[in-house]
Design a protein around this ligand. Structure first.
Ligand code: GDP
Length: 364
């Protein structure tokens, strides 16, 4: 399954955030697959629709879908030269599908900052630079190889060389490759370079406990501006608060959030943003036994989406009875939705939509 890696300089609040994730994490009993790596935190994806479906169907059990965060320790200046845990750090980032970059946006004189003072933009730059340098190394290697082939006027090699030149220029200018746009023909080639700076990124602005729910401080504004320049997203949290919230039950949590003046916990916002950053959607199955949310990649066709539940569902797929969440809720029951013709019978080519409620028919 897809995972988002948590990165950031030392002392920005990564461990605090990861603790919150682990505390808020799923109960292993509900998720037998969860023989979990200590660096991986599995959380439930908050989804109001699941609650509504539960009220409507009244199943014996309700199961949310999950999302994984990976704690990536060890970035320091010089990582791309193998300093500190540098190489390991880069190798770990290579394996995640998205990056949650934690940035310190709180002042606290008791907590030292690695470069002496709190400055979110230069912090972001330090990490991004290491990733850019690592990418530059990969691109340079490839460039040398391809330019030899290109001397023979090989068409594919010439096309690739043109792309590599663009990427190289961008990296050399100190910018991430994600700032470039590629055509659908170029994209597979770029993907094959396994660059770090093309991974989608979410900046996590970690603010002081007493600033949650307040107007954004200047540091957060700076992060937001920078993120916009990269086409990246921002979520503001206080890791310390999240650690506390993670210990509360649902009712206490709602009360507490209300008190500090926010609607949704920072962690819940982080989960939802990371989820959509990865191009993920949720479909539901809704039976008397169980109402359950499932994660799929947006764009998947029905058989593939069915395969998320079980490979047999994909292999033996016949068709899927499908109703959108909105239509089902408006109709009030599955029977009523059928009566008004809102339940469709979809075949192998159907592209599953976020919020679809599905019943798969398949051959065993
Ligand atoms: P890491 O090195 O990035 O993993 O950072 P830690 O999570 O260990 O946090 C470093 C220090 O900052 C710890 O003393 C945390 O308690 C503190 N810290 C983390 N988040 C916050 C926050 O939201 N507000 C304040 N005041 N301190 C925080």
């Amino acid at each position: 399954s897809l995972t988002a890696g948590i990165v950031g300089l030392p002392n920005v609040g990564k461990s605090t955030l990861f603790n919150a994730i682990t505390k808020a994490g799923v109960e292993a009993a509900n998720y037998p697959f969860a023989t979990i790596d200590p660096n991986v935190g599995v959380v439930e994806v908050p989804d109001d629709r699941l609650q509504k479906l539960t009220e409507l169907v009244k199943p014996k059990k309700t199961v949310p879908t999950t999302f994984e965060f990976t704690d990536i320790a060890g970035i320091v200046k010089g990582a791309s030269k193998g300093e500190g845990l540098g190489n390991k750090f880069l190798a770990n980032i290579r394996q995640v599908d998205a990056i949650c970059h934690v940035v310190r946006c709180f002042e606290d004189e008791n907590i030292t900052h690695v470069s002496g003072k709190v400055n979110p933009l230069s912090d972001i730059e330090v990490i991004n630079l290491e990733l850019i340098l690592a990418d530059l190394e990969s691109v340079d290697k490839r460039y040398t190889r391809v330019s030899k082939i290109a001397r023979t006027k090989d068409k594919d090699a010439l096309a690739e060389l043109a792309i590599l030149e663009r990427v190289k220029e961008t990296l050399e200018a100190g910018q991430s490759a994600r700032t470039l746009e590629f055509t659908p023909e170029e994209a597979p080639l770029v993907k094959s370079l396994f660059l770090l700076t093309t991974k989608p990124v979410l900046y996590v602005a970690n603010v002081a406990e007493d600033e949650v729910g307040d107007a954004e401080n200047d540091m957060v504004k700076q992060v937001r501006e920078f993120a916009a320049s990269e086409g990246a997203e921002v979520v503001t949290i206080s890791a310390r608060i999240e650690e506390e919230v993670a210990e509360l039950d649902d009712e206490e949590k709602a009360e507490f959030l209300n008190e500090i003046g926010i609607e949704q916990s920072g962690l819940d916002q982080l989960i939802q943003k990371a989820y959509s950053l990865l191009g993920l959607g949720t479909y539901f199955t809704a039976g008397e036994q169980e109402v359950r949310a499932w994660t799929f990649r947006l764009g998947m066709k029905a058989p593939q989406a069915a395969g998320v539940i079980h490979t047999d569902f994909e292999r033996g797929f016949i068709r899927a009875e499908t109703v959108s969440y909105d239509d089902l809720l408006a109709a009030g029951s599955m029977v009523a939705a059928k009566e008004v013709g809102k339940v469709r019978s979809e075949g192998k080519e159907y592209v599953v939509q976020d919020g679809d409620v599905m019943l798969f028919r398949f051959n065993v």
